[in-house]
Ligand binder design. Structure first.
Ligand SMILES: Cc1cc2nc3c(=O)[nH]c(=O)nc-3n(C[C@H](O)[C@H](O)[C@H](O)COP(=O)(O)OP(=O)(O)OC[C@H]3O[C@@H](n4cnc5c(N)ncnc54)[C@H](O)[C@@H]3O)c2cc1C
Length: 511
């Protein structure tokens, strides 16, 4: 049997039947099997928007050819009689635990938050009453920050193709749509994620793993660079190795680690707001029309050198999604975005942030704990303005003009908004860069200035990064790994999960 990889252009609403006919015609064959390797939307020419497909075709009517799939992650199994503990059930923690379990370790995973259904109920209650649950919110609980999200699986990290392939195939086995294996911009939606997270938990437990919820890491005891005890709200554990994947919202965990001698440095991160538009405005800007059969909702990615000091960019775009109250604490107010698999809501949102170093926020060198204080203080400042989770907001055009003119704003945010001069709430240099960036975006995308800016977006990346060796182990420690977004080496579902896989593999190879 021969194999051929072909590129095809197809209308946006093509069917499987049309695809088969197109392959048959292109290769002049009748009997074949195929799989899509890549599918991306080409919208460069609005009069001719189409899907671009790369398809692998196998047939006896083809001679020769070769097709080698991406290298597969191989996890060496043996009975190890060693215990590993993983803190945090987000993508980094789960995938690290999963890999360690497959390698033969006895793995215990804990999370300070509740299991995903209970967490879903807490979030529903929060959004209808404003009653915040510290164990069940957009940041904390089973599945981590990624569970109640848009579930975008894109990643800007390079050199993680093996890990990414492993992560996506694990998601597919747990119920994700198969298309995530080939879509150029794959996404799951929060509805799929809730189911996937539960299936992953069941498979982990069925394979002998221990998973506990509402159990929070509060301290670690160390002797000569070795963690000897792990103290949590439900007990004291003595694992052979400890992986902490607590995400970058867990301020008290970071502070405990700094106090216990784990070394961090400050790094660039990003601050800004969520921006929201009517989805039709984005569709018309990107496609020249409000609907495109066969495509859910238009996306965008914008970048601007802004004022030449801090780059401004869009991040984590959620087409057809909603803006959500993403705080992890009862006295801070931040927002983020999520969507369902169908992406069929009326609004489109994305972060609009300026990249900045913590030192630039105060004009002097700050320590890692001071960097955390700066961000947390800003999140509290946004809360104190309304003393609630009502989100401060203003229109993009008012932000650019520096004048609060519009007070009746329409958004998807569930807990209400209050029109305020947002540019005065953000650090002055962030506001100034954002103003230049927004002005630039208004020139680049028609209808952009009809949008609204909401609340504080402070969680696109961590302002600090842990020091670690080439195996991912914390500098100065022999059995402590800090992984995922909270480590400062990853951001987003796939890169955090990949960091978890790599840390697990790093330890396995050392063992
Ligand atoms: C609303 C929202 C939407 C998002 N949308 C996307 C998206 O579409 N695509 C994308 O790539 N990224 C998205 N992100 C970002 C993404 O979710 C994170 O980058 C990713 O989840 C980080 O993974 P992690 O495992 O490192 O940490 P997290 O997912 O943050 O998980 C950390 C876990 O640790 C637990 N924990 C914290 N402290 C402790 C402790 N002391 N003891 C025990 N447990 C603890 C928490 O409860 C949490 O479950 C979104 C984030 C949010 C909030």
């Amino acid at each position: 049997m021969g194999v051929k990889i072909i590129s095809l252009k197809l209308s946006t609403d093509f069917s499987n039947d049309i695809l088969r006919k197109k392959i048959a015609k292109e290769l002049r064959i009748r009997d074949f099997s195929f799989q899509i390797e890549n599918k991306s939307l080409d919208a460069r020419n609005k009069a001719n928007i189409h899907w671009l497909l790369s398809v692998v075709v196998h047939s006896d009517e083809i001679t020769g050819g070769e097709y080698s799939k991406t290298e597969i992650l191989t996890i060496p199994y043996r009975k190890r009689n060693k215990s590993a503990m993983v803190i945090g059930n987000g993508p980094a923690g789960f995938f690290c635990a999963f890999v360690l379990q497959k390698a033969g370790f006895e793995v215990t995973m804990i999370d300070r938050g509740s299991e995903v259904d209970k967490r879903g109920n807490s979030i529903e209650l929060f959004e209808s009453t404003g009653n915040f649950d510290p164990n069940g919110n957009y940041a904390f609980g089973e599945g981590g920050a990624g569970a109640f999200s848009d579930g975008k699986l894109t990643s800007r990290s390079k050199h993680i193709s093996k890990e990414k392939q492993f992560i996506l195939s694990t998601y597919i086995e747990a119920g994700a749509p198969k298309e995530i294996a080939y879509m150029n911009h794959p996404h799951l939606g929060t509805d799929n994620l809730k189911l996937i997270v539960k299936n992953l938990r069941n498979s982990f437990i069925e394979s002998g793993g221990t998973m506990m919820f509402e159990n929070m890491l509060i301290d670690i005891i160390e002797a000569n660079g070795k963690i000897t005890e792990v103290i949590t709200t439900k007990g004291v554990y003595t694992p052979d190795v400890l992986f902490i994947a607590s995400g970058h919202s867990a301020y008290e965990t970071y502070r405990m680690l700094i106090k216990r001698g784990v070394q961090f440095r400050t790094k660039n991160f990003a601050l800004g707001c969520r921006m929201e538009h009517q989805q039709d405005v984005i569709n018309i800007a990107q496609w020249g029309r409000a609907r495109l059969p066969g495509v859910k909702a238009a996306e965008y990615r914008l970048t601007s050198p802004a004022d030449g000091i801090h780059q401004v960019y869009s991040f984590c775009m959620c087409p057809g999604g909603i803006v959500v109250p993403a705080t992890a604490y009862a006295d801070t107010n931040i927002v983020n975005g999520m969507s369902y698999y169908k992406r069929d809501g009326h609004f489109a949102n994305a972060a609009c942030v300026a990249g900045i170093h913590p030192d630039s926020l105060v004009g002097k060198q700050v320590s890692p704990s001071e960097a955390l204080d700066l961000v947390e203080d800003l999140e509290r400042h946004f809360f104190r303005l309304t003393n609630s989770f009502v989100a401060p907001s203003c229109t993009i055009s008012d932000f650019i003009a520096g004048k609060l003119r519009s007070k009746q704003l329409q958004t998807s945010y569930p807990l209400g908004i209050e029109a305020v001069p947002l540019w005065k709430l953000l650090p002055a240099n962030v506001s100034s860069s954002l103003r230049s960036g927004l002005t630039d975006f208004s020139k680049k995308m028609s209808g952009f200035d009809t949008g609204v800016l909401i609340g504080l977006e402070s969680k696109t990346s961590s302002p600090i990064q842990v020091l670690r060796d080439e195996y991912g182990c914390c500098t100065g420690f022999s059995n402590l790994f800090i992984i995922g977004e909270g480590s400062g080496y990853a951001g987003g579902i796939v890169s955090s999960a990949a960091d978890g896989v790599r840390a697990g593999m790093g330890f396995i190879l050392k063992d």
